[in-house]
Design a protein around this ligand. Sequence first.
Ligand code: SF4
Ligand code: SF4
Length: 213
Amino acid sequence: MSEEVQEKIVNVTINGKQIQAPSTLSAIQALWHAGYPRVKSVGCLEGVCGSCRVLVRKGGTAEVKMALGCQTLVEEGMEINFLVFPNPTHHTYDLKGIPNSWEVQAEFHRIFPEAVKCRHCHGCDVSCPKNIEVERGVQLATEGRFREAGELFVECVMCNFCMTACPEFIAPNHVGLFARRATAYFLFRPSNLIRRLEQMRQGQLTVAPGDDT
Ligand code: SF4
Ligand code: SF4
C-alpha cells in the first residue's frame, strides 16, 4: 500500500457524526479512530458474521447502498449509517420432525408459506452485500431444488438485509438456511420426483389409474 494512500485523510459522516479519518480505515475503524467506542452491531470484523450492517451514500451521489461496516473503507464525503433492526423470524422447525426426504418440500411450504408469493421485485438481490442471487435461491427452494438453492447461500452472513427488504416477509436468508440444513440432513432423492409428488398432493397433477405415461 502506498505512502500517499495511507496518509490521505477524508471527511465522513457516520451516524450523524462528522469524522476525519485515514481512507485506509473501515467505517468501524474510523469511528474508533475518532474516539467513538462503538461495540453495538460490531462482530467479527472480517465480513463473516453480518452484524455491522450499514447504509452508505458516497459523496455527491444520491444512491444509497447496503454494505457491511467492516468492509466499507471511508471515502471523502461519504455518509454512513449503522442499522440496528430486530431480526425475529417466525419460522421455526425441527428437521428431526420431518420423517424422510420425500416430505421435505411439503414441509418447506408449511414452514415458509409466503415463499411462493415472491414478487420478483429483486429487492433482496439489490440489498445483499454479498451479491448472492437471493431471489433465485428462493425460487429454487419453492421448486424443491434445495441443494442448488443452498449452494447459492453459502456466503450468506445472515445480516437480514434481504429479510428487511422483502415486501412479502419471506425471510430469504432463512429459506437459504433451511435449504442448506435440509441438504445436509437428508440424502435427497431426485428433486423433480419430490416436486411431482408434491404437485399430486396439492391436486395439481392428476394421474389416471393405469396411466404410465
Ligand atoms: S442473503 Fe440476505 S442475510 Fe444473507 S448476506 Fe445476503 S442480504 Fe445478508
Ligand atoms: S425481496 Fe422478497 S418478493 Fe422481492 S424478489 Fe426477493 S424474495 Fe421475492
